[in-house]
Design a protein around this ligand. Structure first.
Ligand SMILES: O=c1ccn([C@@H]2O[C@H](COP(=O)(O)O)[C@@H](O)[C@H]2O)c(=O)[nH]1
Length: 236
């Protein structure tokens, strides 16, 4: 996956919308993210059709279950040939290590990158304090999950770009930060709470940005994508 290109979140529920969107980018090789909505709608055949168009896939299924179940599921996901997969760090170190074992066992050659979700970018400090019962700032919880993820041997984390610099300082420059919660100054936040622009995310140390609705719901998706590419890569 080329880190200079944003990862487009393909949050569609049917093949017409999906391929109508991708057709606008004909001839370009994209980084795309397939999440629960699209995967539950179309499964492996959708992955294969997207890959046949030359795009690299981050399969964002956020596995979170007992270690044995996650290990066996990861062995199957490894065979899809996607570039990146993930788990929830809240599943714990044993579960994350099991995910890595499963991925290595199921990979034919190069294994996909494996990252964990720390605190969702739709979570505010208040929600975390009141609903999850975790005291303190979101950053403290994110750092704790990032350190646990590193100890389990994974490649990096999903976090807000607001936390990327602190994670790099704590876990090292090679530990990946994959950051949704990206909005242009002109975009609406939707349900995202911890947001940044592509340019600021780049300066803060994000390795990859993930952008969905600002592109997929734009009147001109290709122009908005290009604007985000130049905002993001212009800072690198
Ligand atoms: O903490 C997280 C983890 C995953 N996501 C996913 O990223 C995209 C963001 O889409 P936008 O439309 O740009 O908000 C979406 O698919 C989420 O499932 C996240 O936002 N935050």
């Amino acid at each position: 996956m080329d880190p200079k290109k944003p990862i487009i979140a393909l949050d569609f529920s049917n093949q017409e919308d999906l391929f109508h969107f991708l057709d606008q980018f004909e001839g370009q090789q994209l980084n795309v993210k397939v999440g629960m909505e699209l995967f539950y709608a179309g499964g492996k055949p959708f992955l294969e059709r997207i890959q046949a168009q030359g795009h690299d896939i981050f399969l964002d299924l956020k596995l979170h279950d007992i270690p044995n179940t996650v290990e066996r599921a990861m062995a199957i996901l490894a065979s899809t040939g996607v570039a990146m997969v993930n788990v929830h760090a809240a599943g714990g170190k044993e579960m994350m290590a099991a995910a890595l074992r499963g991925l290595e066992a199921g990979s034919n050659g190069k294994r996909p990158l494996l990252i964990s979700v720390t605190q969702l970018t739709s979570t505010s400090t208040e929600q975390m304090n009141q609903e999850q019962g975790i005291p303190g700032e979101v950053l403290d919880s994110v750092l704790r999950y990032a350190e646990l993820t590193k100890a389990a041997g994974l490649d990096g984390v999903v976090c807000s770009p607001l936390e990327a610099a602190a994670i790099k300082a704590a876990c090292g420059p090679d530990f990946l930060t994959v950051t949704p919660g990206i909005r242009l100054e002109s975009s609406v936040a939707d349900d995202q709470k911890r947001i940044m622009t592509p340019a600021k995310a780049s300066r803060s140390g994000s390795d990859y940005i993930v952008v969905g609705r600002p592109i997929t719901q734009a009147d001109d998706a290709v122009a908005t994508y290009q604007q985000i590419v130049s905002d993001w890569s212009g800072q690198k």
